[in-house]
Design a protein around this ligand. Structure first.
Ligand SMILES: N[C@@H](CCC(=O)N[C@@H](CS)C(=O)NCC(=O)O)C(=O)O
Length: 205
């Protein structure tokens, strides 16, 4: 394979989901820092990659022809899954894949997007704490996915774990860990996973 996959982004939840997924998939990549504080994501060179003026985006030069540019973190997750099947979602068992998708979308829609809405409202705004509590209680409710399983969708690590972990990491001081012992056990195991550690550090270098 010639060329590389560039990941354009910064150390945010949406970007960390991609760096961890790239590590899990075993796909070589390099990071291009987009300094959100200085507004680099709204400059013309970045808008050519990401018309929404957000991060992450990838530029895949490992493909034939022109480099392939893709934005929207969840579209990127599915693209990486197709490039390296079986690491991000199960590939050979229809039911296992469906369950991993079920859990992945649970974390995206009930936890991450609710938490993001709370964050965007800003502290002290009406509804902000209600949304934050809803996101946290949905995360706590995922304890039940873990009572008979090592990971969020069974015994294989998947994108559901990546989505849950990046959120749990950001909110770890607000989580009532005593009420979710399996979640605590899972959080420690995922946090110690070498691919996750490398993915989390991707924007620090
Ligand atoms: N739906 C987009 C959301 C991307 C997004 O909101 N990115 C944030 C960082 S996590 C961002 O670029 N924020 C900068 C801004 O909105 O000005 C995705 O999943 O990629």
């Amino acid at each position: 394979m010639t060329g590389t996959i560039e990941l354009h982004g910064e150390r945010t939840g949406n970007c960390l989901r991609i760096s961890v997924a790239l590590e899990e998939a075993g796909l070589p990549y390099s990071v291009v820092h987009v300094d959100l504080r200085s507004g680099a994501h709204r400059r013309p060179d970045h808008l050519k990659l990401n018309p929404w003026g957000k991060v992450p985006s990838i530029v895949d030069s490992t493909v034939a022809g022109e480099p392939f540019v893709l934005s929207q973190s969840n579209a990127i997750i599915f693209y990486l899954d197709q490039k390296a099947p079986g690491h991000i979602f199960p590939s050979d068992d229809v039911r296992a894949r469906a369950i991993a998708l079920e859990r992945f979308f649970y974390f995206l829609t009930e936890v991450i997007s609710t938490g993001m809405s709370s964050f965007q409202l800003g502290s002290g705004q009406p509804g902000q704490l209600i949304l934050r509590d809803a996101a946290l209680s949905s995360l706590i409710a995922s304890n039940r996915f873990l009572t008979d399983s090592r990971f969020m969708a069974g015994d294989a690590f998947s994108a559901a774990d990546i989505a849950a972990f990046t959120f749990a990491m950001a909110y770890q001081r607000a989580i009532d860990w005593a009420s979710a012992p399996e979640l605590r056990r899972w959080f420690d195991e995922v946090g110690n996973r070498p691919t996750v550690q490398r993915g989390l550090a991707a924007f620090d270098r």
